[in-house]
Write a protein that binds this ligand. Structure first.
Ligand code: MF3
Ligand code: CO
Length: 257
């Protein structure tokens, strides 16, 4: 069921979203080669709790999945070929030349914010930098379609078309989602699809739009049994950007700006 948020609910989501963005702004300033992914996680958790909020991902149990342990951290930190759900640990040290996707969810006053950015560490190959830039553009182009009266897959096709025009592959088995009092609500927001199809977008719907785009051929992110982290099938790098947005007339409101 897709819920339409009231102005009061959007007010609270704006608050949760703004804090989510501030966590990522803080991490963007702090992240540096030589730092462990666990350190990033500690900084994020402290910041969130200092602002009277709770990490959305910590202890999250995906619905309908078996054999997966509750998510053990505040952030997902996914490096290079890791697409999503990299679990922060002390022994994983960020290196010069890495791309580091940091995904953060914040729960505040009953509502979630969810956002992700891929950070470039030091000097990286030109083709990987281009991937990161284009994935950010994919998110922007998806958001540009996220307006009342359009259809859901107008978002999806805008993302897919831009990624494919550079020869990149779209990770198809990981999707964006509705968001609100639950982290994952209806509808699923795929990063590929056909224009003019899917549910009609209505003012007050709130969506987490999150393109995951890879160099190479991989169309899926795969994980070992019981493990959280999901990687590209061919080991090629993947970038990930995410915003939580509200559908409005005319233009979307980005809640995690
Ligand atoms: N942004 C991701 C998502 O919406 C992060 C979820 S991580 C989890 O799926 F730990 F909560 F699963
Ligand atoms: Co999300």
């Amino acid at each position: 069921m897709i819920t339409i948020k009231s102005e009061r609910e959007l007010e609270l989501m704006r608050d949760a979203g703004a804090l989510t963005a501030r966590v990522l702004d803080m991490l963007e300033r702090e992240i540096v080669a030589g730092m462990s992914t666990l350190r990033l996680d500690e900084l994020a958790e402290q910041f969130i709790r200092d602002h009277n909020a709770v990490p959305s991902f910590l202890n999250y149990v995906p619905k309908g999945e078996v054999g997966v342990t509750p998510y053990p951290a505040t952030l997902c930190v996914s490096i290079n070929e890791e697409v999503v759900h990299g679990v922060p640990v002390a022994k994983r040290i960020i290196q010069d030349g890495d791309i580091v996707s940091v995904d953060c969810g914040v729960y505040k006053s009953g509502y979630h914010g969810d956002a992700a950015r891929t950070f470039v560490i030091g000097t990286i190959p030109d083709d990987v930098r281009k991937l990161v830039d284009v994935t950010r553009e994919c998110l922007d182009l998806g958001i540009a379609q996220a307006v009342a009266g359009n259809r859901l897959h107008d978002i999806s096709s805008a993302i897919e078309d831009h990624a494919r025009s550079f020869g990149y592959s779209v990770i198809e088995n990981m999707v964006g989602h509705g968001i609100g009092s639950e982290l994952h609500e209806d509808p699923a927001v795929p990063n590929y699809g056909r224009k003019h199809t899917g549910v009609k977008l209505r003012a007050g719907m709130t969506l987490a739009i999150e393109p995951m785009i890879a160099l190479g051929r991989s169309r899926r992110a795969v994980s070992k049994r019981g493990a959280w982290v999901a990687v590209t099938e061919d080991g090629k790098p993947c970038a990930h950007f995410e915003h939580t947005i509200a559908i409005r007339e005319g233009a979307a409101e980005i809640l995690t700006k």
